[in-house]
Design a binder for this molecule. Sequence first.
Ligand code: NAD
Length: 247
Amino acid sequence: MTEKRRALVTGAASGIGRAIAERLDEAGHDVLSVDLASAADGPGVAFEADLTTPEGNRDSVAEAVVRFGGLDLLVPCAGFQHVASVAEFPEERWDSLIGVLLTSPFLLAKYAWPHLEEAGNGQVIVIASVHGLVASPFKAGYVSAKHGVVGLTKVLALEGAEYGIRAVALCPGYVRTPLVEGQIPAQAAAHGMDEDSVLKEVILAPHAVKELIEPSEVADAVDFLLTPAGRTITGVALPMDMGWSAR
Ligand code: NAD
């Protein structure tokens, strides 16, 4: 096992965050699983917070520090998507996308910073997206926030270097989560295609490799970054996108 960490994972009630929190918990790390919904049946210690508010972020960090006596690892993963044209994009959805995908990682890092410094080997692993590197139409809020969080990650890495703090933004393509799987039947009906064809030809059109990524594979990447082999990787946006951003 890698050195024991005291971790805070957001979005831990579902999908990728849940897979990461479970993996960390199974490996014997301390895990605070933060989400809107109670993740009471989920991994580690569940904590309910709305990460679009400053208190939600401050209280989450404070809870981890009280429970575990410090904080070594921050994994901001909470998020959602909103699909609409720029002209139609609801302004309150823009604000909440920026709030949860960009401001929350900033506030978590800000509040956790003294504890990460104290740890001496602190890490921030942001679950960004290939949409932190490239754009798609109708996703103005999401793409803007994800590009922003890639920039934030680079600043954290530069400011953290002298304290042994490293920061990485993982950038997955399409991951098999309820959000993505839930779109398949409707897209199949809309395109008059079977579900397998709609997955490969419509949803996975930007992937060079026409396969979904598993949430456990994102947890694998987090695992790797925690090992000594991941030591050199900081200040980068790491694509794990089945060749999407190669185009
Ligand atoms: P998911 O919907 O399964 O999980 C997201 C979790 O975030 C939910 O449990 C939700 O309750 C929580 N959340 C949302 N708003 C919150 C708030 N204000 N406060 C606290 N918690 C909140 O989604 P997922 O697919 O696992 O996505 C997780 C992260 O991975 C997101 O940041 C997403 O952008 C990113 N991502 C997903 C994919 C994909 O294909 N699924 C690809 C690349 C990146």
